[in-house]
Design a protein around this ligand. Sequence first.
Ligand code: ADP
Length: 603
Amino acid sequence: MLRQQTTSRKAFLLYGTLLVLPTLIFGVLYWRELQKDFQRQSEAVPQRAQDGADRIVNRMQERLTNLVVGESRRSFYQYAEVISPEDALGDDLALQPSPLVKAPMPSGILGWFSVLHIQGSESRVQTFVGSDVPERERALQALEPVVADFLKRADKLESLSEIAGAYFQDEVTPVPLTALVVNLVAGVGGEPSSVKEVGDALRGHVQGLRISDFRLQFYLDRGEPRAIASRRIMLSDGPALLGLPADAPCLRPLIDLLSVQQGFVLDVAWLFRSLPFELAAQLLDQDEELRVPPAGLPFDSVGSIYAEIYPVTALGFDTYYPGDQNYGRLEVQAFTERMDERNARQARGFLATGFMLLLTLGTGMTLLYRSVRRELDQAHRMQNFVAAVTHELRTPISTIRLHAEMLMDGWVDDAKHDEYYRRIVRETHRLSTLVERVLEKSRLKENVTRPVVGDLNEHVAALRDDLQPPESEPQDLAFQLEPKLPHVWLTAEGVGMIVSNLVENARKYAPARDEPILVRTRWAGGSVLLEVLDRGPGVPAAEREKIFEAFYRVGSEQTRTTTGTGLGLHLVRLHAETCHAQASVEEREGGGSVFRVAFRPAD
Ligand code: ADP
């Protein structure tokens, strides 16, 4: 039996350590890992925004470079209304419209310009737009002040060394002299066809030119943003006039030429606005957005994570004034809501699963605990019962046998015969009580007796004499019966059994000292109460319910001194139930117990 209890406890502990503990540890570890993962994700957000911004800048750069590289491939003499193409053969001077005005405008360019700086005369500005521009005249006129303003600034702000030195490449580009002269004549407002006079002489000659790279400049012209790419062109070393009629008027501009400035005006709205937004649509992730920073708000009040783009500096524009560098600032905003929501969902999912798992394990644990407890209790009760019955049976049987044998063998004086017979009868009585009780239990369980309406006081008073102790012993019983109690449901046998059992227990477990055992009836809380009060040790709170169970005895059989089987109070409860009443025990004020049966009034 003992081994069985230890086994049950072990199973319970094993369940705890093998199932619950690893689950808890695993849960905590996983939760921490999850939190770390969330942290890593949110730490990566600024980098994500920065990556998005970098991608946009790189593609903008690529588009601008393509545009500038395309333009720098254009021959210098194409900056004119008419040109003399390099590959024209034949005697006559071939003139044709320049590709600048013949072809549609490349996107991103508003127009081209060319400025000739000629010794002794004013610089002449020419502007050109492509064939697809509506209202060409208006467009050309609009370009002129822009270029004029640009030239003024360039004159003022570019140092000579910039113009002469670092700005230029060492490389010398050979250009057919015919093409150059046609360009210059047209550039100063002359008639290109006048070049025909010296056309034959020019044929086959080349002129070396130094052509600078395009330089990108950005500035605000009275608040208007301007982005301009320009290059300078100079003769490599004096005009190559050997063997030419130097006095021909059409060669004059070549002889007096100081330098040429050429370039194009970029479409700021396209470059700094439509292009980045067009690229953002292709390059940014779902959770990122390109936007113009909200004006007037301090950065940190925007609340989400962003990376800034300064297109002017990022695209390599030179600026004249430091403030211009901030023009067109954009930011890539990375939204964290979706990520936060996803993470929160994941965390909730985990917690819910964890909770369900714990609930399942907890329920399992509780059920196991209960069943183990029940098993242990049962085992304990059986153990007690077996010990008690063994004792209860053995004692009277051996007494009867001993006395009977002594009588049979004639070892007893005649004077003691009566007493020996009485002992045998008493022990037989004890035995039959035991058997009766066991039988009574099963009979009461079947619930065959029906209660009747009756006066409780009457029944209790009728028992008074039977309950008195033998004359040899002192009076230990007092009665207190409240008069005029309502009639209740009862069985005569039940009341008798209840009172005698409770009084017997009080005598056994709480021997009367100064105060007698009190049997009383009273009306309280809508019931008629039958109570037996003693001044004994009382029943511990944890045992108050259990002592009414079959075969339950407080403590262990091994250490007990009182006799009994643990059936008395169980029978009290069964009888009470037959009468529709409830049996209970309470602590008595001032020490001791109150055993109470609450009867239901009949009406
Ligand atoms: P039994 O008397 O045969 O052991 P009972 O069912 O009558 O069985 O009682 C169950 C247990 O309740 C007893 O073992 C005893 O410990 C406790 N008990 C009963 N009556 C009293 C009492 N008046 N005071 C203290 N303990 C009591």
